[in-house]
Design a protein around this ligand. Sequence first.
Ligand code: ADP
Length: 303
Amino acid sequence: MVAVEIRNLKKTYSNGVVALKGIDLDIYKGDFYALLGPNGAGKSTTIGILSSLITPTDGSIKVFGLDYKTHSQEIKQKLGIVPQEFNFNIFETPLQIICNQAGFYGIDMKTAKKRALKLLKDLEIYDKKDFSSRSMSGGQKRRLMIARALVNNPEILILDEPTAGVDISLRRQMWQFLETWNKNGLTIILTTHYLEEAEYLCNRIAIIDKGDVITNTKKEDLLNTLKLETLICTTKDSITKLPDLGDLKVVQKDHNIIEVTINSDVSVEELLSRLKTQNIEVYRLSNKSNRLEELFVNLVENN
Ligand code: ADP
């Protein structure tokens, strides 16, 4: 079932900048969907239009079959939006902030408070509930934004750079929350600069660049198009002579580290056995960059 259908979406800002040239996207119910692209690609514009904060110049959007032009109120009820910038009143407490948001959706105070307390617990900021939100750390404020976006039990959660500036352990914790909600049926759309985030979490990936969609596919299909991959091999013993691996490119990086670039025809097992025939035993193996990052750079550079 299509959750969000975007057709020929265009946006030209009043200063003449063409942010979206007519994009088409389909996001399915249950997807964990990443919208990727370099700075200025048009990601925030797309999210802004979905959030009704930006008016498109042309095109159509349907959410669960409902047209934005005629059913924007019903659609709003189905969405939870987490914008990039903190946009709550820092003098209010987290509990007030979430309950006020519930008020915009017509949720009665008793239900709102119950849901707010549960969300604060789920997101592990319960102990902050009665303090001014000004006193919260950046990561806690970000979790508050997510809690606020979930108070109306949305069917689709849209997050613009949810983990920007969040340290690695907190980022992983946020991934866990998002993964759990997604497994429970929530459709999630996110933009991110962290490609390993998209690779880890998402099942579908769209890359936009200069206002156009350059790829929009299942993550696995996208990663399968990756032809070359560079592996870092840490060996047991020092390497005295660079191994001859035929057509594979080998570069020595340290006395016991080599980088080998393999193509999709060569399995890791084959690489290890080729190295073994040259008396090189690999102790650790890792990707030089994550696979999506390699693809992303290739696609955007060649666009
Ligand atoms: P991204 O989120 O992918 O970095 P944006 O959607 O923010 O990209 O921006 C797309 C393009 O639109 C950029 O060239 C940006 O400078 C321009 N842009 C964004 N917002 C505005 C605005 N309010 N007025 C004019 N130009 C804008």
